[in-house]
Design a protein around this ligand. Structure first.
Ligand code: NDP
Length: 330
């Protein structure tokens, strides 16, 4: 069976040479274990951090060892009482076609309740990041203005919709006109800005957020976020979720100093990792599933086909090739 290993640590932008394909024999599950066949593999920007060995909240991948991410898999054989052959599970798994994992580390997912890939997106880490980041840190209030960067991506498109459900005015920033159209037509954003064709982001934000920005949900960092700071309101909140625009930088880029803005506006800026809210995950998934069922929330995904295309799908995240959640159907 095939597997994908970290071949080398990237310097700057990762490329295909950082990954290596190899094979191994199909292992035998022991008591408490499951034999699993990967069905959908999640590729996520945060994996870039784990390819480096800089200290982080999560240990780095090791060179010559498999890359891991959230995977939905089918149970081929079960030696754990809670699972049977044919069940589907999700969990942190190696990038392998077939593998053995402990049953206790896997969560059963139901393909009757939602499409399997949704458990990697809207009903998985992505949905929770959007919902808990926005509500726990952003503390949005009806009538306020929410600005979302990386708005056409998996997290961003969910944040914007939740903003609308909660009664906010929502503006999104994304990389193409097509994505900006999608934000408005499919996800109900009030306005969108294409950062690739906008010369003066500060002015564009001012124009699309005439009452200023009360909640900024930041997925990208860098220049875009600097431009947002000029438009934040008194007592505004910035949810620092991601910084994809700087994940591939080899040195810390120069940035406008944020302190004067935060002081003048008594503004809060807080980072988070989704595991901070582990106790709220079950309630979060319930809420997301309810909104999905009620048709208040929708999602889009970019599905690449084939195990061999997992690395390329990951690399494509940094080129903005995805709309919504990027997943690979094995
Ligand atoms: P996305 O689906 O948003 O995919 C990445 C998107 O980022 C691309 O489609 C692209 O869209 C945009 N992008 C890529 N390069 C740049 C750049 N240089 N400048 C601006 N935008 C860029 O990924 P996710 O929704 O999975 O993740 C979004 C963010 O949330 C990431 O930063 C991720 O690390 C973070 N995250 C944080 C978590 C946490 O616990 N704190 C948990 C999960 C995710 P475009 O065409 O618009 O440029």
């Amino acid at each position: 069976t095939k597997k994908i290993l970290l071949n080398s640590r990237p310097e700057g932008k990762p490329d295909n040479s950082n990954f290596k394909f190899d094979t191994e024999n199909i292992p035998e599950p022991k008591d408490g274990e499951l034999l699993l066949k990967s069905v959908y593999v999640s590729v996520d920007p945060y994996l870039r951090g784990r390819m480096s060995d800089a200290p982080s909240y999560i240990p780095p991948f090791e060179v010559n060892k498999p890359i891991k991410s959230l995977v939905v898999a089918e149970v081929l054989e079960s030696k754990h009482d809670n699972f049977k052959k044919g069940d589907h599970v999700s969990g942190m798994l190696d990038w392998k076609e077939v593998q053995v994992a402990k049953g206790e580390d896997m969560m059963k997912v139901d393909k009757e309740k939602a499409p399997l890939s949704a458990y990697l997106g809207i009903l998985g880490m992505t949905g929770l990041t959007a919902y808990l980041g926005l509500t726990e840190i952003g503390k949005p209030k009806e009538g306020e203005t929410l600005l979302v960067s990386g708005a056409a991506g998996a997290v961003g498109s969910t944040v914007g919709q939740i903003g609308k459900i909660l009664g906010l005015r929502v503006v999104g920033i994304a990389g193409t006109d097509e994505k900006v159209e999608m934000l408005k037509k499919e996800f109900g954003f009030d306005e969108g800005i294409n950062y690739n064709t906008t010369e003066n982001m500060r002015e564009a934000i001012k124009k699309t957020c005439p009452d200023g920005v009360d909640v900024y949900f930041d997925n990208v960092g860098g220049d875009i976020s600097d431009a947002v700071l000029f438009n934040i309101n008194k007592f505004s909140r910035t949810v620092v979720c991601g910084a994809i625009s700087i994940y591939n930088e080899t040195s810390i880029p120069q940035s406008n100093s944020v302190q004067p803005f935060l002081i003048k506006k008594s503004s809060l800026m807080q980072g988070f990792v989704i595991s901070d809210f582990a106790d709220k995950h079950p309630q979060g998934v319930q809420q997301l599933a309810k909104w999905l069922l009620e048709g208040k929330l929708t999602y889009t995904e970019t599905v690449e086909e084939g195990f061999d295309n997992i690395p390329q799908a990951f690399l494509d995240l940094f080129e903005g090739k995805n709309k919504g959640k990027m997943v690979v159907k094995v």
